[in-house]
Design a protein around this ligand. Sequence first.
Ligand code: UDX
Ligand code: UDX
Length: 464
Amino acid sequence: MEIKNICCIGAGYVGGPTMTMIAAKCPHIKVNVVDINENRIAAWNDENATHIPIYEPGLPELVGQTRGKNLFFSTDVNAAIQEADMIFISVNTPTKTYGEGKGMAADLKYIELCARQIAAVATSDKIIVEKSTLPVRTAEALRSILDNTGNGVHFDILSNPEFLAEGTAVTDLLNPDRVLIGGEHTEKGKKAQQALVEVYANWVPREHILTTNVWSAELSKLTANAFLAQRVSSINAISELCEVTEADVNEVARAIGADSRIGSKFLKASVGFGGSCFQKDILNLVYISQTYGLQEVADYWEQVIIMNDHQKRRFAKNIVKTLFNTVSGKKIALLGWSFKKDTNDTRESAAIYVADYLLKEQAEVVVYDPKVTAEQIYSDLNYLGTRSDTENRSLLTVVNDPMDAVKKAHATAILTEWDEFKKYDWQSIYDHMLKPAFLFDGRMLLDQELLKGIGFEVYTTGKG
Ligand code: UDX
Ligand code: UDX
């Protein structure tokens, strides 16, 4: 079976870049990306491709090359479903905020809505691809909805989790370590799996395309994120120990990373991991384990989250402690708000928690981030629910020029590892700050000795 028409429901950080890459590498396939959010679709269709709704290096160029040729963005979900041979479900699956599993389980209401809509609209056979990260055995629920509410057409269900990391989405999609495709072990299921293999084989070497059963694919995605997050929590745990023992966590990371069994990646101590996936997926893994009565398994993985929360709180607490145990009325500059560099995504960013902590201590917080809008920052704080929108706006200021943030500040804290921070004139920043000028480097980004030479009082995660 040759795929000629693909529909993707969900034009977010995953659906948008992934479909753009498929369109770029498969000119013979028409790709329709649909979303219920009209503003988002309008932004994807903006004549100027740099105005697309997500900041991702290299993506505007790729969108510019393919949009209007074989890549289309629209809100007409039904039409795109009708046309498609293959439908990717790429809608968000946030942590449940209500009812059973509140705060842990994945909220699958959008996935279910998609399945019901596909079932209602489809008048020909379709291959349904789970692209969103989902709890293991979600395909079972999908199958039940599709078969029980459909028009008698046949659906195949595949799990094809996406491993791209934000900020490097284009290169990750171009050269993936692996593409994972889980399918059902029936004749039709195998054909559907093969059809998706052929789509990726247009640019991914076949030995990098792994096929498994559906459940393994679903569980592998949760497991991959849990392992990655565990590495960050592990090194962050060691960072606290380094701070009291005069060991340097960068040196420790280099030393252990040189062991090929451990490897050097994902060993950077930080103010804590963020992003839409790590916390959500681990909580989900914990919840699933509990559901099956596996309490020790659940506790084991939950510790990764506990360590991360501790790291974020510890960083914020340290600012207060260092500033003579009070930050009330003191100006504190936060450089960086996104959860990592090269993205405008702020979901679960450590900066949100650090800012909230400092605001509770009545600090005057001023934020600068090269790509995140002021409205996004206020919306992130409002979402925490600690204060009203009016209070957040009166206590926290967002500026477009980093110098406005640091001017007369008691302390500056680096929360995202944006490259531009390394290029700043730190002497001039020092001159503009109140003395003693404190610098808290939550990303181990700057040369500590250089800063100390200028006169800063420096705190770096993981170095005593
Ligand atoms: C999402 C999931 O959060 C993640 O679990 C999964 O691994 C990949 O897909 P992301 O693309 O980053 O990640 O989410 P987001 O940027 O929120 O995009 C989802 C889009 O789906 C939104 O634009 C939303 O408007 C759209 N959507 C949601 C629909 O079109 N229909 C719906 O019913 C629900
Ligand atoms: C992650 C996975 O890497 C990706 O495969 C999956 O598809 C989605 O989740 P992403 O959330 O985009 O991707 O970013 P990632 O690069 O994994 O970083 C996550 C967080 O960990 C960031 O806040 C980052 O700053 C932090 N981190 C990462 C560290 O603190 N130290 C490290 O060594 C690596």
